[in-house]
Design a protein around this ligand. Structure first.
Ligand code: SAH
Length: 402
């Protein structure tokens, strides 16, 4: 090929470091880079080449992050830009349309970052509102184009930005939130999930306001909790609690440290016409609550443990393992024979295998035997790209105490 006037900066890898890209893994770590030519700015598109000069990918450059490049495309003819983004967004929308049951409701994750070929972009739809996170330098740089395409392809004219996640700091990006399109949010947005109504605090709640990844798992709990006395730990706005109550649970005790989340959970009970007397909302630290409940000799027929991310990365895995072990140990102690434990980890640093080990250790220490009845993962609108195992963050086990 004739020497091109190369407008695009070029990132050349060290010898032998092209293997992961050849397997279509979308991250380029700083240690793999041999040379950077053309002085790319944050989020600027770069062409990635092997040490021999072969084209490998188009990527977004992140000068401040250990993940120095995030791949937009492995196809030389697909340079990053609105045309590519339109195709990726449409593919993401089509995937949801094909996979999500119509009765799943009007809230879903439309774009799940790398797993939808759009690194650093998260888009959740809550009824008529889109909530967007630009979490990497590349998606940040294309913020206007991506926002315009989202409006056009979804038909939503109300977009709220929640680029206030901690990971922005690793990219050297300031946290930012507020209205991107349309009127600012002044009240929670009402959504429906499998016929249950939830108020979502999209502007102030955790993440983008709701834990959509647990939708299918909440449905399983709903199907399994009839006549049971349920303990929902880390209940947030009452997702699992409402599912259990709608499924005929006798009573639910729900614990969270956030009074704002509990206030929303109370409103959610009311919005569904469920007798508020069946739910007991407790503002407390779960670690303490479990100990006290054990000391008081309490017991439950079903327990949900859905803690926050104790181990964002593998380096936190050891301390996080102790925390997971602790709550699972006390959950087993509180679980009546025949009782169900749904235990989750949404930590990228904790593998499914490690969670299994931790839970087995907890049961052993509690002196109980249990059977794994099911394994949980994130719902279908949180796809997992085969070549990107890092995308697997949510895992869970459903256990029955023997
Ligand atoms: N199960 C929920 C999501 C849980 S998110 C759902 O289906 O929607 C994790 C929750 O844990 C958050 O609401 C957070 O406020 C709460 N949390 C974090 N640390 C806690 C602690 N030590 N004790 C109690 N709650 C805690």
């Amino acid at each position: 090929m004739a020497a091109e006037a190369n407008a695009c900066p070029v990132l050349t890898l060290k010898p032998g470091r092209e293997k992961s890209l050849l397997r279509r893994h979308p991250w380029i770590f700083s240690g793999a880079i041999g040379a950077v030519a053309g002085d790319p700015g944050p989020g600027e598109s770069v062409e990635v080449r092997s040490s021999r000069g072969d084209f490998l990918a188009w990527a977004a450059y992140s000068p401040r992050s250990q993940i120095r490049g995030r791949v937009w495309s492995f196809d030389r003819s697909e340079a990053p830009g609105p045309k590519l983004f339109r195709r990726r967004l449409q593919a993401a929308l089509d995937l949801r349309a094909a996979l999500l049951a119509p009765d799943a409701g009007d809230a879903m994750r439309l774009v799940h970052g790398e797993s939808d070929g759009l690194p650093g972009l998260i888009v959740d739809r809550y009824a008529g509102v889109l909530v967007v996170q630009f979490l990497a330098a590349g998606s940040e740089r294309w913020r206007d184009a991506l926002t315009a395409l989202l409006c056009e392809l979804t038909g939503c004219d109300r977009i709220h930005e929640r680029s206030d996640a901690e990971v922005r700091e690793l990219e050297g990006l300031p946290r930012r939130s507020g209205a991107l399109r349309g009127e600012a949010l002044s009240a929670p947005v009402e959504i429906t999930e499998h016929g249950l109504r939830f108020l979502v605090d999209a502007s102030g709640g955790q993440k983008t306001g709701f834990f959509l990844d647990q939708r299918a798992n909440r449905q399983r709990i709903r199907a399994l909790c009839a006549d049971r006395e349920v303990l929902d730990c880390f209940c947030y706005s009452g997702g699992f609690s409402l599912a259990a109550l709608a499924g005929g649970a006798r009573a639910v005790v729900a614990v969270d440290s956030s009074p704002a989340a509990l206030a929303l959970a109370r409103r959610n009970i009311g919005a569904n016409g469920i007798d508020p007397g069946r739910a007991h909302w407790i503002a407390a630290d779960v670690f303490r609550f479990l100990r006290e409940a054990h000391a008081r000799g309490l017991g439950y027929d079903a327990i949900v443990l859905d803690p926050p991310k104790f181990a964002p990365t593998q380096s936190h895995a050891q301390a996080a393992s102790r925390a997971y072990k602790d709550i699972n140990l006390f959950a087993f102690r509180l679980l009546r024979p025949g009782g169900l434990l749904a235990t989750f980890s949404c930590s990228g640093g904790i593998s499914g295998e490690l969670l299994h080990k931790i839970v087995a250790g907890a049961a052993a220490d509690a002196g109980v035997s249990a059977t794994i009845v099911e394994r949980f993962q994130a719902a279908a609108d949180h796809p997992l790209l085969l070549e990107f195992p890092e995308g697997e963050y949510l895992k869970g086990l459903l256990l029955r105490r023997n």
